[in-house]
Design a protein around this ligand. Structure first.
Ligand code: NAP
Length: 271
């Protein structure tokens, strides 16, 4: 599991490590039990994944959209090039690669997106995800799992809740998503990882970013004021697809509805 120190990777790690023999990695945020690897250290990365794994789940890379937009070259080095290295390393072995990709491969102009829909990224992050997907899919036998915005409390990395850490936060009313709840990802992945090609895993409910953030703020009774905003008010920044709803023609799985997910989140210990 590459990127086990991250928000999504941490959630997956917590689920998988109780059921499988998993080696997880970190880069800059050490976590007990994880091994350090930098995606740019190609020899180390190749040696690590060539170690007889059945599955290599790749959840590492440059994720904040603004960071990718600000430095496209770094985004390529962290999101695309490592996939080539991984493919070279596992070629001819029994290992299957599972790449976590994103709904940002789409432009957000359609009501919803299935695996058959054409990708048309509108930002650097989305373009790196398309490039990484293409590498993996050209090879055959591997799997791309596209996921939407993930919400919840990570075991050690709380990049989602960090947005609600200050006294106020803004959330867009003109961005629509079908977010998935972090704890649902591990079980979903385990049910999908026998597949090859592309699968989508979306959340049941379709909400605006403002509705999601307000729901989380209320569920956790946080002192943060969530202020509604729109792209116009937020300024130019990084282009974001306005409506991203992932649906699948390949399986019936969907993440839990927002209400039960928020109730579960509210009951988790706060670390
Ligand atoms: N979060 C979402 O809502 C969301 C939505 C769709 C898709 N995804 C996909 O899910 C995956 C994980 O996202 P996330 O939200 O968990 O991101 P994150 O919290 O930023 O975690 C990123 C992970 O990548 C690692 N990493 C970063 N630079 C690295 C480098 N140079 N070498 C090795 N590892 C490096 C980080 O390690 P350190 O922290 O130790 O440096 C961390 O483990 C990504 O592929 C992302 O595109 C996420």
């Amino acid at each position: 599991m590459l990127g086990a120190s991250g928000f999504v990777g941490g959630g997956l790690w917590t689920y998988l490590t109780h059921r499988h023999d998993v080696v997880g990695t970190f880069a800059t945020r050490p976590v007990a039990g994880l091994v350090r690897v930098d995606l740019r250290d190609e020899r180390r990365l190749a040696e690590l994944v060539a170690d007889g794994f059945d599955l290599v789940v790749h959840a590492a890379g440059l994720v904040p959209l603004e960071a990718a937009e600000a430095d496209p070259e770094l985004a390529h080095r962290l999101n695309v090039r490592p996939v080539e290295v991984l493919l070279d390393a596992v070629r001819g072995t029994a290992a299957k690669l599972v790449l976590l990709s994103s709904d940002n491969v789409f432009d957000g102009t359609r009501h919803q997106y299935t695996e058959e829909d054409r990708r048309r990224p509108v930002n650097v992050y989305g373009r790196t995800k398309v490039a990484a997907e293409d590498l993996l899919l050209a090879e055959g036998g591997h799997l791309v799992v596209r996921i939407p915005l993930v919400f919840g409390r990570g075991p050690w990395s709380n990049s989602f809740l960090a947005r609600l850490a200050g006294p106020t936060t803004t959330a867009r009313t003109d961005l629509v998503c079908a977010p998935v709840y972090l704890p649902s990802l591990g079980p979903a992945l385990a049910r999908l990882w026998d597949r090859t090609g592309v699968v989508h895993y979306g959340g049941s409910d379709v909400v605006t970013r403002f509705e999601l953030m307000s729901g989380v703020q209320q569920a956790l009774d946080l002192p943060t004021r969530v202020v509604a905003t729109s792209g116009q008010e937020a300024g130019a920044g990084c282009r974001r697809p306005p409506r991203l709803v992932l649906r699948s023609t390949r399986h019936p799985l969907l993440g839990p509805a927002l209400g039960p997910a928020l109730a579960h989140l509210a009951g988790l210990p706060r670390t």
